[in-house]
Design a protein around this ligand. Structure first.
Ligand code: FES
Ligand code: FES
Length: 162
């Protein structure tokens, strides 16, 4: 299949890559941009392991082609920490032991960072509804819920202080 040149804005940097039109965004991020933090589980939109932020909205990177993401602002899990300085959501995951094998974690982090930045004012039922879009085989979810609620409370406190 003939390849095409695509310019992708990932984590604030431009990646000029040459890809096959059939390559998913997840594959492009991992194989062409070297950003292997985005994981692949089911590869058909069920598990959420591949979740990234597209124009500020969580999206399954296995469900869109890389070429379709040209012109969009793409954020991956690599955007969260700055060196050893972890993102507050990552710190909340650490505090609450919200991961075990960690395979699902990048997807949960991008789902929650993106969604809670947009709206940290969710009640417990809405938080569980949000988290239900992603699958975790290890944790039983309770600690992920606790970490998400902790981070949302932090965001709410920041906003009420501003
Ligand atoms: S790998 Fe994309 S949803 Fe499972
Ligand atoms: S921590 Fe292992 S799949 Fe979620």
């Amino acid at each position: 299949m003939s390849k095409v040149s695509v310019s992708l804005n990932v984590n604030g940097l431009t990646h000029q890559v040459v890809v096959e039109p059939r390559q998913t965004l997840a594959d492009v991020l991992r194989e062409e941009c070297g950003l292997t933090g985005t994981h692949l589980g089911c590869e058909h939109g069920v598990c959420g392991a591949c979740t990234v932020s597209l124009d500020g909205v969580p999206a399954r990177a296995c469900l869109i082609y890389g070429v379709m993401a040209e012109g969009m602002e793409i954020r991956t899990v690599e955007s969260l920490a700055h060196g050893n300085d972890l993102h507050p959501l990552q710190r909340a995951f650490m505090r609450h032991h919200a991961l075990q094998c960690g395979y699902c974690t990048p997807g949960f982090l991008m789902l929650l960072a993106t969604s809670l930045e947009a709206n940290p004012y969710r009640d417990a039922a809405e938080m569980r509804e949000l988290i239900s879009s992603n699958l975790c085989r290890c944790t039983g979810y309770q600690n992920i819920v606790a970490a998400a609620e902790d981070y949302a409370a932090e965001l709410r406190a920041e906003r009420s202080a501003a």
